[in-house]
Design a protein around this ligand. Sequence first.
Ligand SMILES: [Zn+2]
Length: 70
Amino acid sequence: MKHRCPICKTATDSDLHKDFPFCSERCRLLDLGAWASETYVVSDPVFDETEVEKSGSETDARRKRNDTVN
Ligand SMILES: [Zn+2]
């Protein structure tokens, strides 16, 4: 069974990699560590500056709404 390493996108093969679907123990531990510290989404390469700006303004809007309620 072939797959891609979720960390570095290297092609992996269940017959060849004992840490499948990760390419190595290093990537397997990186993935576990990322989930444990909840930085998985932040370190996602899909995230670009536009997304960061958007989430920033959403936080501002939420803060203003809270001010109105209080
Ligand atoms: Zn990898």
